[in-house]
Design a protein around this ligand. Structure first.
Ligand code: F6P
Length: 345
């Protein structure tokens, strides 16, 4: 019987608690596995900060947003940290046989490195951005799409009342999955995504055509990672980065607000949805996916299939090679974007 360590790393995501609950329930049902939860991502392993996960301590958490373990963007392999040594010592002193890190590219990247050092891991993919390869979908994504769609519906009525253009900035660092899904669901008039650098003149021409046809308002959904086509617009790069060296994004919506208003003369406002997209209770789809991932991760541990990541392929839960899954981000399907474009302008 194994003693299993769990941790949640990176940005939080609705459904994390459902994964924790499911892994624990599966392990207990199997007879005798025990669980320890490390607090605040890799920081919990570095600092030996942990709590026992039991039937009681994981009861009632299925619909709760956030993570009972806390999370952080701590990079265990940051210079001068002796991360590997500290993690080995914590695992040994707590008698942990295998780890289930629940996270995105950075958390799972660290997990892969531990696997290559002989520490048994099974990853669970997590990101509201839905940009992890190897899985058709990550939990949290559907919740984020629903939150953005609700916001776009609300922004529609105020945009229409005031004859305004409203720019809605949403999450999506490398990929425009949230922007495109919510943009289609909410009937956006333009969707700007990281995969397709935009030309401000083209965006404005589209809005003008729409307004010339008698519409007096427009909704533009922009992913935070969207960029202008080279040489077209000057963006201001922020300097803040996280422990993995990623720039803190945000600001493209504000730039668009200014540029659209000055190019078209239409009154324009920006709404930055930010972390509201990650907060609160997961929608039913994400609860189910997270539960299936938690159960599958425990099954992989019990069977000794390490260095893997559980994933959704079609309607099936499968295991994929962790290294393979992390090679490239999963970018937007061009066919999906073309469908969205049919409704622009
Ligand atoms: O983890 C994904 C994500 O939600 C990105 O879309 C966003 O850029 C980032 O997290 C925000 O991170 P933080 O919580 O550190 O501001």
């Amino acid at each position: 019987m194994a003693r299993v360590g769990l941790l949640t790393g990176g940005g939080d995501c609705p459904g994390l608690n459902a994964v924790i609950r499911a892994a624990v329930r599966r392990g207990l049902a199997d007879g005798g596995h025990s669980f320890v939860g490390f607090r605040y991502g890799w920081a919990g392993l570095l600092e030996d900060d942990a709590l026992e996960l039991t039937l009681e301590s994981t009861a009632g958490i299925l619909p709760r947003g956030g993570t009972i373990l806390g999370t952080s963007r701590t990079n265990p392999f940051a210079k001068g940290r002796d991360g590997l040594g500290k993690i080995r010592r914590t695992l040994e002193s707590r008698g942990v046989d295998a780890l289930i890190p629940i996270g995105g590219e950075d958390t799972l990247g660290a997990a892969l490195r531990l696997h290559s050092e002989g520490i048994p891991v099974v990853g669970v993919p997590k990101t509201i951005d839905n940009d992890l390869a190897g899985t058709d979908m990550t939990f949290g994504f559907q919740t984020a799409v629903q939150i953005v769609t609700d916001a776009v519906d609300r922004l529609h009525t105020t945009a229409e009342s005031h004859n305004r253009v409203i720019v809605v900035e949403v999450m999506g660092r490398h990929a425009g999955w949230i922007a495109t899904h919510a943009g289609i669901a909410g009937g956006a008039d333009a969707i700007l995504v990281p995969e397709r650098p935009f030309d401000i003149e083209e965006v404005c021409a589209r809005l003008r055509r729409r307004h010339e046809r008698g519409r007096s308002f427009s909704i533009v959904v922009v992913a935070e990672g969207a960029t202008p086509r080279e040489g077209t617009l000057q963006t201001r790069e922020g300097t803040a980065t996280d422990a993995f060296g990623h720039a803190r994004l945000g600001g493209i919506g504000t730039l668009l607000e200014r540029e659209i208003e000055s190019h078209t003369g239409y009154e324009t406002r920006v709404t930055i949805l930010g972390h509201v997209q990650r907060g609160g209770t997961p929608v039913a789809f994400d609860r189910v996916l997270a539960t299936r991932f938690g159960v599958a991760a425990m099954d992989a541990i019990a069977a000794g299939r390490f260095g893997t990541m559980v994933a959704l392929r079609g309607t099936e839960i499968i295991e994929v090679d962790l290294e393979e899954a992390l090679r490239e981000p999963k970018l937007l399907d061009p066919a999906l974007y073309e469908t969205a474009e049919l409704f622009f302008g």
